[in-house]
Ligand binder design. Structure first.
Ligand SMILES: [Fe+2]
Ligand SMILES: [Fe+2]
Length: 290
């Protein structure tokens, strides 16, 4: 049975010209060369389509919408596909961005992985870099952009004002459910992130698809790489446990490779293919469930 959100999405639920526009906005926000004054200007310089994207994301990521998607995708009933197949499929994502200046999805994955490899990190971390955005496959299931990308945040408890554009939560219907508006909401203090529902997107989806094949550090990198309110802003400490605190160090180690590995030189898939084929087959069977 098709649920409402899986019907073809009208254009107005796809405000971004390409998913990269969100990635670029995050990179811009956390630009290490940015001066203090410029941080305050962030908002004025943000493209209106990115603001519109966040407006929708904050309005529609409710506890119920997250639970529905966890249920729908968590059982991995969308068929079997190899990692390479997914990579190539994702690369066919047509967007309106300029192909001369924008990297393809594979190129971003490769640059992230290659930067990790150059720094001598373990093979599973290189692999995590290579696959970390494959959850964007959600686009092919007709999900609106707000359910594919975006900074993720806990749902089911009060929103932190350290989430970007907190004012857009005014339109989120969870606002009218007092039990979801306390500091801990439906959770217990110190319950650990594994018991917390985060806003739905490519991170959580890929975590569910790949978790049984990867070491836990890699699982954390994949699952929480967009959770800037926690790994970057330090919000929601009251929900974490000691294990999260230890593992989030790996997410922080990973994040600069995701944000800042973008360079003008385009990586050559032809030259790198055999290395990554071997790496993928070291951890994954030929096909996995999506
Ligand atoms: Fe991502
Ligand atoms: Fe990424």
């Amino acid at each position: 049975m098709q649920t409402a959100h899986l019907e073809t999405q009208p254009l107005e639920t796809q405000p971004l010209e390409s998913l990269d526009q969100w990635d670029d906005a995050v990179r811009d926000r956390y630009d290490p060369n940015k001066k203090k004054e410029e941080f305050r200007q962030y908002d004025d310089k943000t493209p209106p389509v990115v603001r519109e994207f966040y407006r929708q994301n904050h309005q529609f990521q409710t506890l119920d919408s997250v639970l529905a998607r966890e249920k729908e995708y968590g059982s991995l009933q969308r068929g079997e596909m190899g990692i390479w197949e997914a990579m190539e499929k994702l690369n066919t994502l047509v967007d309106d961005s300029d192909p001369d200046t924008n990297l393809s999805q594979i190129e971003h994955n490769l640059q992230t992985a290659e930067a990790i490899r150059r720094d001598g990190h373990p093979r599973w971390m290189i692999l995590a870099g290579f696959i970390h955005d494959l959850g964007k496959m959600l686009c092919f299931y007709n999900e609106p952009q707000w359910a594919v990308v975006g900074d993720t945040f806990p749902v089911g408890c009060a929103w932190s004002d350290r989430i970007v554009y907190p004012e857009f939560f005014a339109a989120n219907p969870d606002r009218l459910r007092p039990e979801l508006q306390t500091e801990n909401g439906i959770y217990e203090a110190g319950c650990g992130l594994r018991n917390v529902h985060l806003s739905w997107g490519h991170d959580e989806y890929l975590y569910r698809v790949t978790k049984e094949y990867l070491p836990e550090e890699a699982q954390y990198m994949i699952r929480y790489h967009s959770c800037y309110p926690i790994h970057r802003e330090g919000a929601y400490q009251h929900l974490l446990d000691d294990h999260d605190r230890e593992m989030l160090e790996w997410v922080r180690k990973f994040n600069p490779y995701d944000l800042y590995s973008k360079s003008d030189s385009r990586p050559s898939m032809d030259e790198l293919r055999s290395y990554y084929e071997e790496l993928v087959s070291e951890f994954f069977p030929a096909k996995i469930r999506w």
